[in-house]
Design a protein around this ligand. Structure first.
Ligand code: B1M
Length: 220
């Protein structure tokens, strides 16, 4: 029987080597020996993506490898996600999530959405390349408690600011809490653009969303 450490290493290595069969097996094993899905994602697969990113920076991997690693991660998530769904209990709150306009990175955003669902949030996922107008339309339609934006590119961070401004203009800002995240995002940036919080990873993202819900209930 493989240990937790070995399975997490297998998950990480499968991402780095684009090993789709390997990731499916390792994800199944993680579930069988009771490794929490969030741990398999964050301490296994996401660590592999970090290495892939470093290899890309060093010129050892190219765009094709980034895509293959992303596909491998998605296969692993497909195995783990069904084990994370919360039951039919009353939802903790409603979250609209999306990757901002111009940005196509969705793996981190998907991890956040998965963990939020597992924490019993109702999640409306707008996908990638989401404009301020699309966020506004979705807020009007769904009346969420929280708007969650993800950005992985430094050049698309500005879209978060544009969305906050557009929400203010549409008089929707006071109705929702705003959380932002993604590799280049910092708490200082969140403060600067008028968001309520920034999360460094998906686990912190869920913790902050729970906190934001408490704040929202106090205000109501
Ligand atoms: Co791109 N890419 N990419 N890429 N890519 C990065 C981000 C980059 C850092 C690589 C590098 O140069 N080292 C770099 C950005 C540089 C910069 O702006 N500073 C980069 C670049 C340059 C590009 C292109 C421009 C490359 C090109 O075309 N020449 C291009 C842009 C396309 C576009 O978006 N318009 C591009 C394309 C791609 C692929 C499509 C090939 C692929 C994405 C596939 C997909 O997402 N479906 C890809 C990938 C895979 C990466 C890296 C290697 C990995 C990203 C990832 O999935 N990480 C990335 C390098 C890196 O990050 N080391 C890179 C795993 C994921 C679990 O982590 O997304 O950070 P992450 O999410 C974390 C946290 O950030 C946080 O929680 C998550 C889980 O813990 N989080 C949130 C994220 N969103 C959150 C929201 C929250 C809370 C927490 O609340 C709302």
């Amino acid at each position: 029987m493989l240990s937790e450490h070995e399975i997490l290493t297998n998950l990480k290595d499968s991402i780095v080597n684009f090993d789709i069969e390997g990731i499916k097996k390792a994800a199944e094993k993680a579930f069988q020996i009771g490794i929490p899905a969030y741990k398999a994602i964050i301490d296994g697969m996401a660590k592999g993506m970090e290495i892939v990113g470093q290899k890309y920076e060093k010129g050892e991997y190219f765009l094709a490898e980034l895509i293959m690693a992303s596909e491998t991660m998605k296969e692993g998530m497909n195995v783990l996600e069904p084990h994370m769904r919360a039951g039919d209990i009353k939802s903790t709150g409603k979250v609209i999530i999306g990757t901002v306009k111009g940005d196509l990175h969705d793996i981190g955003k998907n991890v956040v959405a998965t963990l939020l669902k597992a924490a019993n949030f109702e999640v409306i996922d707008l996908g990638v390349d989401v404009s301020a107008e699309k966020f506004i339309e979705a807020i009007k339609q769904n009346q969420p408690d929280i708007v969650a934006m993800s950005a992985l590119l430094t050049i698309t961070m500005i879209e978060m600011e544009n969305t906050v401004k557009a929400l203010q203009k549409a008089r929707l800002r006071q109705k929702v809490k705003i959380i932002i995240g993604g590799a280049p995002i910092t708490p200082d940036f969140a403060k600067k653009i008028g968001a309520d919080a920034a999360a460094k990873d998906a686990v912190e993202g869920v913790r902050i969303c729970n906190q934001l819900m408490k704040e929202k209930r106090i205000l109501i």
